[in-house]
Design a protein around this ligand. Structure first.
Ligand code: CTP
Ligand code: MG
Ligand code: K
Length: 179
C-alpha cells in the first residue's frame, strides 16, 4: 500500500510521462526538413531549424505509444494509478510538441536564436499546453486526475526532470546545449 503522499507523487509522474517522452525522442530522431520550411517573419525564422517534422511526429508517436503501453500494463502493474482515455493518449504528447513549437515561436519573436535558453518557457511551456489541450478534449478525466496536489507535483517536478534529462543528453553528446 502506498501512503496518500506517495500515491500523489506516483500519480503525477505516471500521468505526465507521455508528455515528457516526446521531447527526448525528438532529440533522438530529429533532423531533416524544418517545420517552418525556412520561412521567416519580421526578419526572424518562424520556428527555426530546431523544430523538425521528424522530431515533432516521432516525438508525438513515441509519447502516444508509451501511453498505450502504460494502459496495457496499468491493471496489473499499477492498479491504483489512472489509465489514459484515447483523447489523452493523443493530446498529452501532441500538446507537448505543440507547446514546444509555440515556445520556439515566442523565442524567435523575442530575437532568441535557436538553442538560446528561455527559462520557464523551455521547462514548463510544453507541459502547460499538453495539460490545456487535454483539459479541452477530456475535461472530466483531466479534472479528476489532475487534482491540485497532483498538479503541484507535476509543476514542481517538470522543470527538475527537464533540466536533468537535458544535461544528461548534453553529456551524452545528443544535444548541443545543456538546456
Ligand atoms: N527537435 C526536433 N524537432 C522538434 C523538437 C526538437 O528535431 N520538433 C530536436 C532538434 O535537433 C533540436 C533538439 O531536438 O535542436 C533539442 O530540442 P529543443 O531544445 O527544443 O530545440 P532547440 O534546438 O533548443 O531550439 P529552440 O531554441 O527553438 O528551442
Ligand atoms: Mg533547447
Ligand atoms: K524546447
Amino acid at each position: 500500500m502506498l501512503s496518500a503522499a506517495a500515491l500523489t507523487v506516483a500519480t503525477g509522474v505516471w500521468v505526465i510521462l507521455p508528455a515528457y517522452v516526446p521531447n527526448s525522442v525528438a532529440v533522438l530522431v530529429g533532423g531533416g526538413p524544418p517545420i517552418d520550411g525556412g520561412r521567416t517573419w519580421r526578419g526572424e525564422r518562424l520556428l527555426g531549424d530546431g523544430k523538425t517534422w521528424r522530431g515533432f511526429l516521432g516525438g508525438t508517436l513515441a509519447g502516444a505509444a508509451l501511453a498505450l503501453v502504460m494502459n496495457a500494463l496499468q491493471p496489473t502493474l499499477a492498479p491504483a494509478l489512472p489509465s489514459f482515455p484515447p483523447a489523452a493518449v493523443v493530446t498529452l504528447p501532441l500538446g507537448a510538441m505543440l507547446g514546444d513549437s509555440a515556445g520556439s515561436f515566442l523565442k524567435r519573436r523575442s530575437g532568441r536564436e535557436r538553442g538560446a535558453p528561455a527559462p520557464l518557457l523551455d521547462q514548463l511551456g510544453f507541459v502547460v499546453v499538453a495539460l490545456g489541450l487535454t483539459l479541452a478534449v477530456a475535461p472530466a478525466w483531466t479534472l479528476a486526475t489532475f487534482t491540485l496536489p497532483v498538479l503541484a507535483v507535476v509543476l514542481l517536478l517538470t522543470p527538475l526532470v527537464h533540466v536533468l534529462t537535458n544535461v544528461g543528453a548534453y553529456l551524452l553528446g545528443l544535444k548541443e546545449e545543456p538546456w
